[in-house]
Write a protein that binds this ligand. Structure first.
Ligand SMILES: C=C(O[C@@H]1C=C(C(=O)O)C=C[C@H]1O)C(=O)O
Ligand SMILES: NC(=O)CC[C@H](N)C(=O)O
Length: 788
């Protein structure tokens, strides 16, 4: 067999770690091709005639039970295939359980489930473990197998859980057939000793078996290619239409006005007119660095889309149109919108030169997971995608006070010169007076009614969530709930073209909870005030873009006596908090591997970071695309691959193909759980209403190809349908932009929640949700009623 002929078939049981396993296989079996299919994609009779194209099969982990036909699919039929078709198979977790029960083992629940925990594995030092030393392995399982003496299966390794579960089988092999399996996760980032080493041993044993049985691997032909698709990682390009447009260029002027604060700049550039759109992506604390202000006008294109619609709303130069998406989805429509607006020549020091700024809802991510949507309380749907295309911007580098004034509009020198003058004049004035915007309006107490989630109901749902964790359906579930705030005295707010109560509220939020990923987005009908600590995904400008995700899991409140040392101990020292974080790190590695290929690294694992109201455990995962994927002939230099990563990591696990038929895979892992699809299905039964903007993402996609997206948490939002055509009902009606003041009561929503694991205590989880909620609720002058 030549190197090229090493083809591995990897069977995915809808898990969120599959691509990590694919990556491990590629490292263990250099040069091999890996073809990934879902466990319900083919039946055995279709697969059998093609098995001689593969050197071996790897059966991945998955949610649920090997005894449930829908959970295990085709896998259960593999173990007993006839001799003529037989080939080496390696199973992981659910794969091990399936192999064992097919040969008479007994499947049981663990008394103490193991999700994201590391165990010492005692092994035989031979076979799969030949030459392997100490093994410390990560486990994600609720079920386990018990073998009996007469079984065709023999144990190769176990973990001693002592009082918790006693001895638990960790690896086994069939006595006569070429079937091996491990219960732990060799592909997890924290598995040491028994990861790649065991895969290498499997490959050694598989080759010996193939040779001894005279297996000849059949050539790959067209029919096979059709059935199994391209090997991972798929090098196909995202579907963007070739651009016939002239590449624009950025005009930039740089000023150094260190005393001019960002709120002052916003107030110079229209934020106080509540009736008009305004966008600010704000680095209000470290490690955030740049604050981006969109200088919008009535000419600025606005794009909105609601899931279920076959069209996108485009509002440009005061007129609205509905554009039929035809065979495209909203993601590829936006990709071609950006492809036509490719821009070069901006300052390399600035991540944003102009581009789309706005948000994507949580439901946009969920819609493609084949999970039934939650029934809506009413029939109006607010935008799930809400963007403005920013052509003029001011970017403040908060580390040095440099201000970049930028325009991507042709011949815009007058605007640039005028903006420079206005900023200089404002800075000049400041030397005489104080920075006027420093004082923000504190919300007056007693004007709001706060409706909290029901404590007992929330706690009972935590217990139901835990039941799902115990049964093996999920390893972690991020449970959330909405709090509603009604402002009872709308007249007191007096929004107008000269006064923006929502901006006042944002400034207050910025003071009480300064965050690295803050934002004020007034994109009617939506207003979002965000103080998020969590970056979801950033991608630097191509070529050689780096993709970075910064998941947060593990939270304790700040307060008297809670020093860094205490927080380190309570977070990094806690089995529960580290497990929560690890599960999401592994899930995100999978997301990234799924799109960009092998080069994915965990740059930081479980560092403790301090924010105004909470301490958090933060990890950093970075990746670079395989050569050739990012770019062909400059066609995708606008960051379409970054956009594709976003689309697929908002919650993945599905077939990741660049095609118009691709299944959209979105919604953030850290806000759902692992495995993602099953976790989202479970959460749908545990949450009363849509999450909407909360737990989606907000940020930008720059015309130069970079992007930065934050998780929409520690935020509040409201909808106001009074304004303009972008108020986005599904009606194709064009309203003139309505400058009337809204006198309807304001209704704000704050979502909050936390990751539930098998180790969660319902009272502590309720407390954690309240701490997160409080970080925003205080801008409404509201306190959480006693007893809650
Ligand atoms: C669900 C929220 O936060 C998420 C859950 C976290 C946790 O469980 O520790 C931390 C950050 C977020 O990913 C929220 O802020 O509402
Ligand atoms: N990671 C897995 O494959 C888990 C298998 C099974 N659902 C369990 O919980 O035991």
């Amino acid at each position: 067999m030549t190197q090229e002929s090493h083809r591995i078939l990897l069977i995915d049981s809808y898990d969120s770690f599959t691509y990590n396993l694919a990556s491990l296989c590629r490292r263990a079996i250099p040069g091999c091709s890996i073809h990934i299919i879902k466990n319900d994609q083919l039946d055995l009779s279709t697969l059998l005639p093609f098995l001689d194209c593969f050197s071996a099969i790897v059966v991945g982990p998955g949610p649920g039970s090997p005894e449930v036909a829908e959970d295990i699919g085709l896998v259960r039929d593999l173990w007993k295939i006839q001799e003529e078709h037989l080939l080496p198979i390696f199973g992981v977790c659910l794969g091990l359980q399936s192999l064992a029960i097919e040969f008479g083992a007994c499947l049981k629940r663990l008394s103490t489930v193991k999700h994201g925990q590391v165990s010492r594995v005692v092994h035989i030092g031979a076979d799969l473990f030949k030459g392997v030393g100490e093994v410390n392995a990560v486990r994600y399982h609720s079920l386990h197998v018990e073998l009996y003496g007469h079984s065709a299966i023999e144990e190769l390794a176990y973990a001693n859980d002592e009082g918790e579960n006693g001895k638990v089988v960790m690896a086994l092999r069939h006595k006569t057939r070429p079937l091996w399996a491990v219960q732990y996760h060799p592909e997890s980032v924290l598995t040491g000793g028994g990861g790649i080493e065991v895969l290498i041993n499997f490959w050694r044993l598989a080759q010996i078996w193939n040779q001894a049985h005279g297996r000849v691997i059949r050539q790959w032909d067209e029919q096979t290619a059709d059935l199994f698709g391209s090997s991972w990682p798929v090098l196909r390009q995202p579907p963007t239409s070739p651009s016939h447009h002239v590449v624009r260029s950025v005009a930039t002027t740089v000023l150094k006005l260190p005393h001019l604060l960002m709120p002052t700049i916003c107030e110079l550039f229209g934020v106080t007119d509540e009736t008009s759109p305004f966008v600010l992506l704000d680095s209000a604390s470290q490690p955030g660095r740049f604050s981006i202000i969109g200088c919008l006008s009535s000419q600025s294109p606005r794009i909105t889309y609601s899931i279920g619609d076959s069209f996108v709303h485009l509002e440009e130069r005061n007129s609205c149109s509905q554009i039929d998406l035809q065979s495209r989805d909203i993601w590829s429509w936006l990709a071609s919108f950006m492809n036509q607006r490719k821009t070069t020549g901006g300052s390399p020091n600035v991540p944003f030169w102009g581009g789309l700024v706005g948000y994507l809802s949580y439901e946009l991510g969920v819609q493609s997971l084949d999970v039934l949507p939650k029934p809506q309380a009413d029939h109006s749907r607010h935008p799930d995608v809400n963007f403005v295309f920013v052509e003029r911007s001011i970017v403040l580098d908060t580390t040095c006070g440099d201000i970049y004034i930028q325009s991507i509009i042709e011949d815009d020198a007058d605007w640039l010169a005028n903006t420079v003058m206005r900023l200089q004049a404002a800075a000049q004035k400041l030397t005489c007076t104080t920075n006027s915007t420093l004082s923000s309006t504190k919300a007056t107490a007693n004007t709001s009614t706060v409706t909290l989630p029901d404590r007992e109901l929330y706690k009972s749902r935590i217990n139901i969530a835990k039941e799902h964790l115990f049964s093996g359906d999920s390893y972690e579930l991020c449970l959330t709930a909405n709090t509603r705030i009604a402002l009872n005295d709308p007249l007191a707010q007096k929004p107008s073209q000269h006064h923006s109560p929502s901006w006042q509220r944002y400034k207050h939020l910025r003071e009480i909870n300064p965050a690295p990923h803050a934002a004020y987005l007034r994109l009617h009908p939506t207003t979002l005030l965000a103080s998020s600590p969590e970056r979801f995904l950033s991608f630097s400008r191509p070529p050689n873009a780096t993709y970075q995700l910064r998941p947060i899991k593990g939270t304790i409140r700040t307060g008297p006596g809670i020093t860094r040392a205490f927080a380190e101990q309570a977070l990094r020292g806690s089995k529960k908090e580290v497990a929560e974080n690890l599960m999401i790190v592994d899930l995100i590695r999978h997301d990234l591997h799924g799109v960009i290929g092998e080069d994915v690294q965990v740059k930081q694992f479980c560092s403790v970071e301090e924010y105004k109201t909470v301490w958090q455990l933060v990890s950093v995962i970075e990746g670079r695309p395989v050569e050739g994927m990012e770019e062909t002939n400059g066609r995708h230099a606008n960051g379409a691959l970054g956009w594709e990563v976003l689309r697929r990591s908002l919650p993945p696990g599905q077939d990741l193909q660049f095609s118009n038929q691709s299944i959209l895979i979105s919604c953030i892992g850290s806000m759902t759980g692992a495995p993602k699809k099953r976790s989202v299905e479970i959460l749908h039964t545990l949450e009363d209403e849509e999450r909407s903007i909360y737990s989606g993402v907000f940020g930008y996609w720059c015309v130069g190809g970079g992007g930065d997206w934050s998780v929409t948490i520690r935020s509040c939002f409201k909808y106001d349908d009074t304004y303009g055509c972008a108020s986005h009902t599904s009606r194709p009606v064009i309203h003139p932009l309505n400058k009337q003041v809204s006198l309807k009561p304001e209704h704000w929503v704050i979502g909050a929640g936390g990751a539930i694991t098998a180790l969660s205590d319902p009272d502590a989880e309720w407390e954690e949700m309240i701490v997160k909620l409080q970080s925003v609720l205080r801008v409404f002058g509201a306190a959480i009623p006693r007893g809650n």
